[in-house]
Design a protein around this ligand. Structure first.
Ligand code: TXA
Ligand code: MG
Length: 327
C-alpha cells in the first residue's frame, strides 16, 4: 500500500494511506490539486473525492468506479456561501440547509451561470447536487483544498457502499492515489437526496435523514419524485449488490444461508444489524454486515426491518441489493 516509486500511466499503482492529521490532510489536498483522487471519510459513507472543476480529475472518478457517464456526482462544499455561489437555493432548500447542514442531506438545485464545474460532474444537467458533509476529516480536507469536491461513494459502481477504509481498498486499491483513514462512518447510509419542483421538496433518494425529520422542518409532506429522467445506479433496481443472491423479510432461513438478523428473536442469526432492534445502529452497520456476509460466499437472508424512520432507507438499500442483477 505504499506509493510506487515510478508510476506509469496505465500501470496499477499503490494507494497512499493517509492519517487524518494535519500532514495527511495537507497531502490529500495536494493530491486533489494535482488532479488525483482521494477517498475521504464522511459521516455517511466514504467518498471518492476529486477536484470538481478539473475535467481530468472528474473523468478519473468515473473511470475508477466504472460509473456510467450519464450519472451525475454530488459536489461537496465546506460552507453555505460556496453552495449559494454555485447554485440558486429555493426557500425550502435554505430552511433545510439551516437545520441539516453540515450533515447527511443533499440538495439538487439549479446551477448559476459561470459555476466553473467540469460539465461531467452534472452529466450536462442544468442542476447540481450539493452537500456539506459533517465529518471533521471531510471538513478539514474541504477547508485545506478550498474548492468544490466531487465525490460519489468510494466503491465500484453497483457494489456495496464503503463505510470503512478496508471496504474502500477492497474495491479500489491501486486505482486511486490516496485514502484518508477516518475509521468507521457513523451514519452508514448515504445522504438523503431532495430535488425541488415548483419550490416544493421531493424525495429523490431515501438516506441518512428520515423523511419524517424533513417533513417536520418543512411543515409539509415530502412526496417521492417520479418525474426524474436520470437512471442513476443508486436509483436502479439492482445496486449495492453483494455477489451472492439475497432474500428479504426472512424469519426462517434455509440451510446454508447466511442469516442477517434484526432485533430480538434472531438469536440464531450469524450476523445482526442490531440485536436490540435499533434502526440507527442497523443503519450504521448495514454495509459492513453486507460486506461481511459477501465474504462468506453463501446465499444471504435478511430478517424483516421496520419501514419507519431510517428503516425506509435501510429497506431501500436492501431491496436494491436483492433485486435481479443485469446479465
Ligand atoms: O452520502 C452520500 O451522498 C455519499 C457521500 C460520499 O457524500 N455520496 C454518494 O454519492 O452517495 P453517489 O454518487 O453514490 O450518489 C449520488 C446520487 C446519484 O444517485 C446521482 O444520480 C444523484 O446523486 N445526483 C447527482 N446529481 C444529480 C442531479 N443533478 N439530479 C438528480 N440526481 C443527481
Ligand atoms: Mg453510490
Amino acid at each position: 500500500m505504499k506509493r510506487g516509486v515510478t508510476t506509469m500511466q496505465d500501470r496499477p499503482r499503490s494507494t497512499e494511506i493517509l492519517a487524518p492529521d494535519d500532514a495527511g490532510i495537507a497531502r490529500a489536498a495536494a493530491l486533489l490539486r494535482a488532479g488525483e483522487l482521494v477517498a475521504m471519510p464522511t459521516e455517511t459513507v466514504y467518498g471518492l473525492a476529486g477536484d470538481a472543476r478539473n475535467p481530468d480529475a472528474v473523468a478519473r472518478i468515473f473511470k475508477a468506479k466504472g460509473r456510467p457517464a450519464h450519472n451525475p456526482l454530488i459536489v461537496h462544499l465546506g460552507e453555505l456561501e460556496a453552495a449559494q455561489a454555485l447554485a440558486e437555493l429555493p426557500q425550502a432548500a435554505l430552511r433545510l440547509s439551516a437545520r441539516f447542514w453540515p450533515g447527511p442531506l443533499t440538495l439538487v438545485v439549479p446551477l448559476r451561470a459561470g459555476h466553473g464545474l467540469a460539465p461531467a460532474v452534472t452529466a450536462g444537467l442544468p442542476s447540481v447536487a450539493l452537500r456539506l458533509p459533517a465529518h471533521p476529516v471531510a471538513r478539514a480536507l474541504l477547508a485545506a483544498f478550498g474548492g468544490p469536491v466531487a465525490a460519489p461513494s468510494a466503491n465500484p459502481s453497483g457494489r456495496i457502499s464503503p463505510t470503512r477504509p478496508a471496504h474502500v481498498l477492497a474495491g479500489l486499491d491501486g486505482r486511486i492515489a490516496g485514502l484518508l483513514d477516518g475509521g468507521a462512518c457513523d451514519v452508514g447510509l448515504e445522504s438523503t437526496i431532495l430535488g425541488f419542483r415548483g419550490g416544493r421538496a421531493v424525495l429523490l433518494r431515501a438516506g441518512g435523514i428520515s423523511r419524517e425529520a424533513l417533513e417536520e422542518v418543512l411543515g409539509t409532506s415530502v412526496p417521492e419524485d417520479h418525474g426524474t429522467k436520470i437512471t442513476a445506479p443508486g436509483q436502479l433496481a439492482s445496486h449495492y449488490a453483494p455477489r451472492a443472491p439475497l432474500r428479504l423479510n426472512v424469519r426462517m432461513p434455509h440451510p446454508g444461508e447466511v442469516w442477517i438478523g434484526f432485533g430480538p428473536g434472531c438469536d440464531a442469526a450469524e450476523l445482526t444489524l442490531s440485536a436490540r432492534g435499533d434502526l440507527i445502529e442497523a443503519a450504521a452497520r448495514l454495509f459492513a454486515v453486507l460486506h461481511a456476509a459477501d465474504r462468506l460466499d453463501r446465499p444471504i437472508a435478511v430478517a424483516p426491518v421496520p419501514d419507519t424512520g431510517l428503516g425506509a432507507a435501510i429497506n431501500d438499500r436492501l431491496r436494491r441489493a436483492a433485486a435481479p442483477r443485469p446479465a
